[in-house]
Design a protein around this ligand. Structure first.
Ligand SMILES: Cc1ncc(COP(=O)(O)O)c(C=O)c1O
Ligand SMILES: *[C@@H]1O[C@H](CO)[C@@H](O)[C@H](O)[C@H]1NC(C)=O
Ligand SMILES: *[C@@H]1O[C@H](CO)[C@@H](O)[C@H](O)[C@H]1NC(C)=O
Length: 498
């Protein structure tokens, strides 16, 4: 299953992008050079006398000379729930490195930036009253770790529901999605362990694996054949220096890659995992709730039995409109994690209203609220996503990711296009996230569209109108011809029904 776009820019675009970076780099250094001359050899940095610089040189240069030119496109404050439409707070224009100030105005924008896949991030007639009820009875915070006095019956109910939802024996939750990876992975890997990770891993996975002390090998993004090659070579070589066999091997992949919008090729990966007797750790931050007819994630979407996934990780911060994360697996594994994970033993438990939000969203998704709203939301998300992807492809955009995926990175390549796109979109009432170096490689800056079930057809059409203007203003029709061919030759059902 190949995605609908490509990370490789046309040659001319690649050259222009490198040229852009060169100009930024040269002028940045020239300005630094003259500044040094003017300030009599003292650097412009305001480090305390006698102290080593606290910021690393390169980051400092990048922040001053590149980031601050466009920092209005990042960290934009909002003052409403992240629903289909949000209120973005207007700020003063960029003025050197001065902080941006609020003007007091708010801009009502169509929201293409939040991970509000099923629309639970705003008021919900089933969930909100239940969350308020728990706020009244249990309060905002447990003020204690799960292992001490932070466990309520709602926490236990959530863990039971998640395990059941995924077809696993047990689950454990954690107050933060990022920490679910960074704090639990070190318990699953350690010295003598080999972690084989997809090249486009999430930063929380990197943090977890670094903290584990395991050895890491990387396989090409979503290439099972390369995964197998890496495994074979690693098993043949054994541990570094000693050549002893690995104590265990853990493969780590994600359900939907958040910067690429692609689903893991799970069927092939499971076959390899079984062949080489490795463990498989699946991060479903973006896929749980959003994929599969029942919202059960990438396994349901691709027809993989969840019993074949040893460790199922996910977050509540996207489709469930709450916060926190979970790990689901065999009862023995989860008991071990509970007894040993610092995030369970020493970090404050998930806030009870946040727990209730997930429980009630799960009820809606599974139809336990007595309506078909959950099923309808999941279908709406898929229809919206495929409609939007198809229309973007027709406009000639280079759109990464798979059909059915609500994450749609749209390639910009050139760093100068980040602010151009972001500012113009905002002026037209479209809130959209743009991402560039260092979050992506130098050449592959992109914007990221996240579709929600709460977007209506007119919402999507309005966004597409602005995208049409954008593609002309910013020259973004990178793959007009390939898209036309792909759309013509494709007889896939999503094109006919969406
Ligand atoms: C793949 C992946 N794992 C983990 C996380 C961290 O989750 P959270 O944002 O809930 O802390 C994210 C967040 O975006 C993610 O994309
Ligand atoms: C924002 O306000 C602060 C404090 O009043 C001021 O120092 C700063 O220059 C202002 N920033 C801009 C961009 O005007
Ligand atoms: C994550 O991916 C990067 C880039 O492919 C790689 O250098 C790194 O070793 C990987 N780390 C982990 C822990 O997966």
């Amino acid at each position: 299953m190949a995605g609908t776009g490509t990370l490789t820019p046309p040659l001319f675009v690649a050259l222009a992008t490198y040229a852009s970076w060169m100009v930024l780099f040269l002028f940045g250094h020239l300005r630094d050079f003259y500044r040094k001359k003017i300030y009599g050899g003292r650097s412009a940095k305001k480090e305390k006398e006698g102290y080593a610089p606290i910021r690393q040189d390169y980051e400092d240069f990048y922040t001053r000379r590149m980031y601050y030119r466009i920092h209005d496109t990042f960290n934009r404050p909002i003052c409403s729930a992240p629903d289909a439409w949000i209120d973005v707070m207007e700020r003063t224009p960029v003025d050197g490195q001065k902080p941006l100030n609020l003007t007091g105005n708010t801009l009502r924008c169509l929201n293409l930036g939040s991970y509000n896949y099923l629309g639970f991030a705003a008021q919900d007639k089933y969930c909100t009253p239940r969350v308020e009820g728990v706020l009244d009875s249990l309060g905002w915070a447990g003020c204690s770790a799960r292992a001490d006095a932070g466990t309520t019956p709602r926490h236990e109910e959530l863990e039971r529901l998640i395990a059941e939802f995924l077809g696993k024996e047990a689950a454990v939750t954690c107050g933060m999605g990022f920490a679910t990876n960074s704090a639990f992975i070190p318990l699953l890997a350690g010295r003598g362990t080999l972690v084989v990770s997809d090249a486009l891993n999430h930063s929380s996975i990197v943090a977890g694996v670094r903290g584990s002390g395991a050895k890491v090998k990387v396989f090409d993004h979503n290439e099972p054949a390369h995964l197998e090659a890496v495994l074979r070579a690693a098993i043949a070589e054994g541990q570094p220096r000693t050549g002893r066999p690995w104590k265990k091997i853990v493969i780590i992949v994600e359900g939907i890659y958040s910067m690429e919008g692609e689903m893991a090729r799970l069927k092939e990966i499971v076959a390899i995992k079984k062949k080489y007797k490795c463990y498989l750790y699946l991060d479903e931050a973006h896929s749980i709730g959003a994929l599969g007819d029942g919202g059960r994630g990438v396994c349901e979407q691709l027809g993989v039995d969840t019993r074949d996934i040893d460790v199922m990780m996910g977050t509540f911060t996207k489709s469930f409109g709450s916060c926190g994360g979970y790990i689901a697996g065999d009862a023995g594994l989860i008991a071990y994690l509970r007894n040993h994970c610092p995030a369970h033993l020493y970090a404050t438990a998930m806030s009870p209203p946040a727990v209730e939000m997930v429980i009630s969203a799960l009820h809606v998704i599974q139809g336990r609220d007595g309506t078909g709203r959950g099923k309808a939301k999941i279908k709406q998300l898929r229809d919206n996503s495929n409609y939007f992807r198809r229309r973007l492809l027709e406009l000639g955009y280079d759109v990464l990711g798979d059909w059915d995926s609500p994450v749609m990175p749209v390639m910009l390549f050139n760093p100068a296009k980040l602010p151009a796109v972001s500012r113009y979109a905002l002026s037209r009432g479209l809130a959209i996230v743009v991402v560039g170096f260092p979050a992506t490689p130098l050449l592959t800056a992109r914007m990221r569209v996240c579709i929600s079930a709460s977007h209506s057809k007119p919402d999507l059409d309005y966004a597409l109108e602005v995208f049409e203007e954008l593609s002309d203003r910013c020259h973004l029709k990178y793959s007009e011809e390939p898209n036309k061919q792909a759309l013509r030759s494709s007889k896939a059902s999503h094109l006919l029904t969406a």
